[in-house]
Design a protein around this ligand. Structure first.
Ligand SMILES: Nc1ncnc2c1ncn2[C@@H]1O[C@H](COP(=O)(O)OP(=O)(O)OP(=O)(O)O)[C@@H](O)[C@H]1O
Ligand SMILES: [Mg+2]
Length: 525
């Protein structure tokens, strides 16, 4: 073989090898979403199979406007470590120039190029050096891939082929890098949004500016909240509908050491039992029709934080047993799964039912009752703390005023009228009444007339006896028509449809059908 023939043969061998390299690189890219790991494997393939040594990928870094090392193939751990702090400004050295120009630079011998910086003191200065841009789809340079070809004796003749290989590899890895950038940016955005929301929520639920009350009864409640918040004991909040159970649950979480961890809520009355189970415990892929992927339940979502189980008195005996196990053992299995998942969650439960009576009647498990009732907090109904009404009114009007962008005030007369009402719906009823009044008053001053117009029936209201007020309307009243009965049940159930359905002995589907066909406007809860 003459010299030309020899070159042709070794070029053929090189191209064959390069094809294999491309195949291996593309397989690696399909394997993982971890950019660092992928780039390290690509550089290793370039080293092992293509003789491209000391490969390095530098990536554009918005924090300083230049390039930082994304991955490097070297044996020395020390060089690897020091590469973390290496930066290239745009235009600086060979790498910085490619970042600026977007053109590959190939050196036949490094020592002939004075601009070569060799910041890592890694390369053989008598050998060639190939560096190519990594360009995004829009043509923007997002990094540089470089390496030193070091195996063939006639390498300089092969430089164009090696450069083409490097360019092809750069084209292949661009997607991995872009994807990692997008994921990283999104992650950062989500983190910032989360922190901002937490800040907002914390300032919102910081006790003093959210939960209003100065009466002895409420001061006692606040004192209990402050004490229990510090620990991870289970809390059971009792109180009539609308007294502020959810608000107090939030206050406990946001004043606890877990305030930075999740606060997850679940209304146990809002879901039928089968859904409740998968909602709380999660499910495995394929556990039931529609379970297309594995899903974490509220317990797992709340890991490290607080899980608020609202309307706990509504769950069936079967479900009570399942819940008891998680509370006792801190372990659960997702629906359709066999692996045991450990969770570390602080439970705050709430109910407006008389749980003791339910236990007595055998509707609520005694053992679960004792598990939940570790730290009971009872929120008194509003009619037992009438003196809180002026403060609550002022607070709620300030909130409404913010929403409406104007100042809202209430006259003394109107205030007296509010204080003489019995408030069967407690603070929520007061809040709704003020909202209606605020919508109706033109000048921002809420007086007696506006309160009347808002639908507060003061005369009948004062005459409502506590026992009747608590049960609202009797859904079994024979004088009621079907529509009135559904509305009464919804009212009684705090507009939780599943709960109202249970009161009426209907399925959730049946009540939903009636609400629609009877054109009942569902109140937001
Ligand atoms: N002490 C309070 N200070 C300020 N706002 C309050 C107070 N108590 C209740 N509220 C407000 O009243 C409304 C009803 O409160 P919340 O939803 O916490 O009641 P609840 O007891 O959970 O009712 P339900 O039993 O119907 O679910 C909410 O808008 C809440 O912010
Ligand atoms: Mg509630």
């Amino acid at each position: 073989m003459n010299a030309t023939e020899t070159i042709v043969v070794s070029r053929l061998q090189l191209l064959e090898k390069q094809l294999l390299v491309l195949y291996r690189v593309s397989s690696v890219l399909n394997k993982s979403l971890d950019m660092k790991q992928t780039l390290a494997e690509v550089l290793k393939i370039l080293h092992d199979d293509a003789g491209m040594h000391h490969g390095i990928v530098t990536l554009s870094d918005p924090s300083h406007g230049g390039l930082s090392v994304g991955s490097i193939h070297v044996e020395s751990e020390e060089i690897k470590r020091s590469s973390n702090s290496v930066r290239y400004r745009p235009g600086e050295g060979i790498i910085g120039r490619i970042f600026e120009s977007g053109e590959s630079i190939v050196l036949g011998r490094i020592s002939t190029e004075p601009r070569f910086l060799d910041k890592l003191e890694l390369y053989d200065l008598e050998l060639p050096f190939i560096s190519v841009p990594i360009k995004s789809r829009g043509g923007k340079v997002i990094g540089v891939l470089a390496a030193q070809p070091a195996i063939l004796s006639d390498i300089r003749v092969m430089l164009p082929d090696c450069t083409r290989l490097m360019e092809m590899v750069a084209n292949l890895i661009v997607q991995t890098i872009s994807l990692a950038h997008t994921v990283e940016t999104e992650k950062q955005d989500i983190k910032e949004e989360r922190d901002e929301l937490r800040r907002q929520v914390r300032s919102k639920y910081g006790f003093d500016n959210m939960v209003v009350g100065h009466t002895e009864q409420m001061r006692r409640v606040f004192d209990q909240v402050r004490r229990v918040a510090k620990w991870d004991s289970t809390v059971l909040i009792r109180g009539e509908s609308g007294t502020g159970k959810e608000l107090i649950a939030s206050a406990i979480h946001y004043n606890s050491p877990y305030a930075n961890n999740p606060f997850v809520k679940l209304n146990c009355a809002a879901l039928p039992e089968t859904l409740l189970e998968s909602e709380l415990f999660g499910h495995e892929k394929g556990a039931f029709t529609g379970a297309v992927r594995q899903r974490k339940g509220r317990f797992e979502q709340a890991d490290g934080g607080t899980l608020f189980l609202d309307e706990i008195g509504e769950i069936s005996p079967l479900f009570q047993a399942k819940l008891l196990r998680v509370l006792q053992e801190g372990e659960l299995e997702r629906v359709g799964g066999t692996t045991t998942v450990r969770v570390n969650v602080r439970i705050v439960a709430a109910t407006n039912r008389n749980l003791e009576a339910e236990v007595e009647q055998g509707n609520f498990r005694e053992d679960l009752y004792y598990r939940l009732n570790v730290m009971p907090i009872k929120i008194p109904p509003l009619r037992e703390r009438i003196e809180d009404i002026p403060d609550l009114t002022e607070f709620l009007l300030a909130q409404l005023g913010k929403q409406q962008g104007r100042k809202l005030t209430v006259t003394d007369n109107a205030q007296r009228m509010l204080m003489s009402h019995h408030w069967p719906g407690n603070v929520r009823e007061l809040s709704n009444c003020l909202e209606r009044a605020a919508v109706m008053c033109e000048n921002g001053v809420i007086d007696r007339d506006v309160i009347f117009l808002s639908g507060l029936d003061i005369d009948s209201a004062v005459s409502i006896k506590p026992s009747i007020a608590q049960t609202n309307l009797d859904i079994n009243d024979p004088d009621m028509d079907e529509r009135e009965r559904v509305v009464a049940a919804l009212e009684q159930a705090g507009w939780v449809q599943a709960k109202a359905a249970r009161l009426l002995g209907m399925t959730p589907r049946q009540i939903a059908y009636r609400i629609q066909s009877m054109n009942i406007r569902v109140r937001k809860i």
